[in-house]
Write a protein that binds this ligand. Sequence first.
Ligand code: NAI
Length: 462
Amino acid sequence: MSSYDVIVIGSGPGGYVAAIRCAQLGLKTACVEGRETLGGTCLNVGCIPSKALLHATHMLHEAEHNFADMGLKGKAPSVDWKQMLAYKSSTIETNTKGIEFLFKKNKIDWLKGWGTIPEAGKVKVGDEVHEAKNIIIATGSEAAALPGVEVDEKTVVTSTGALELGKVPKRLAVIGAGVIGLELGSVYARLGSEVTVIEFLDAITPGMDPEVQKTFQRMLKKQGMNFVMGAAVQKTETKNGKAKVTYKLRKDDSEHEIDADAVLVATGRKPYHDGLGLDALGIRLTKRGQIAVTKEWETDIKGIYAIGDVTEGPMLAHKAEDEGMAVAEVIAGNHGHVNYGVIPSVIYTHPEVASVGETEATLKDAGRAYKAGKFSFMGNARAKAVFAGEGFVKILADKETDRILGCHIIGPAAGDLIHEVCVAMEFGASAEDLAMTCHAHPTYSEAVREAALACGDGPIHM
Ligand code: NAI
């Protein structure tokens, strides 16, 4: 029996980051992972492979739509789907091997297999039981099932199967206009699939700033995606590799069907903690099946912690990473801190969409007085030069104090631009602080500064 200061269960962004930080803080650390490779859902079948496909298909889109205008003549490239999937796989491999290297460098033992917790202080992997003064559960999430819809990962797929389809489907039905549905939907739309997104609500991307939602949907429609809004999917049926999706419109309860060659089910994810033995240990779950934890990420059992998607909060890799670093500090006897008010979220479509903090809807609900400074990328020289003038930056600031409360961006490099606002918010900055900061010309980031200026005396280029 080997014994450790910390055993982390799960090697996704939460787990592997926690393991590395624990080791850096001098704790003898092991990480349990049953997959063939480290990195969890994000690196193997989530964030990273989808970004590879988004990148490749964006290049195709640029070649088809913008190259000729820039004087780049010739035929647009044709799609070699097998090669595109191979490129995607090589991206996964470089990243998962990278984590393996970091584990070796930090002397973290990889306990290969699926872990269970037979009792506090012990983790069983295969036939071996290991002792652990502290255990961190970082087992992530899995696609939530939708009644009436049977996933076979061939014709009716979750995000995992959508990254491995045998061929590009002629017609793709996407159930759910959330992050997964829109990212993977746009991959296939760019590859030439006829994509129809069926969404229960009346707006796409629930929880996002309403103005961004509208602009985003309009831009996706322009790119060829079809939307059926206010529609609850009832069932899917498959026959000879083809599918039929039945949905009901909420406004009049009428029933409709569409045929598809593939169906992507993207209606949310749920915490994954099967087989850990939580029941027997007496670890409490929330109503939504998440592991209940204290402010220091400890479960009901002393010395057993949980972080990431398996706990409450946004299911985002970077939220899990932050909790991973923080819980390591707690275990090492230090202070661990995560600012849940400043967790950015990004959708990696083209254009990208990014947001942080409050939306106009949440501020109105809370009855808070605020001002909104908005700047269109049409006023940004750099964006216009690269056919990216659509979209805007909106900064929300407290009406009295000018303190930045939130930011919403739809436009080029939104996922990177959002971070200067995150840093500003961490420092409690005002919109004027951002507006007074020199921004290099010509960069997209000038649009952020102009939105900050719009919270005060007004932007220059509009
Ligand atoms: P989601 O919760 O973002 O969206 C699901 C959508 O499905 C909602 O709009 C919902 O109204 C709709 N829906 C539910 N039942 C339906 C039905 N019967 N018929 C029609 N529509 C229905 O879930 P998604 O996209 O599956 O993502 C899961 C999680 O993964 C999210 O928490 C997301 O933040 C995370 N994620 C984040 C990424 C990023 O940060 N770029 C990328 C991929 C996933």
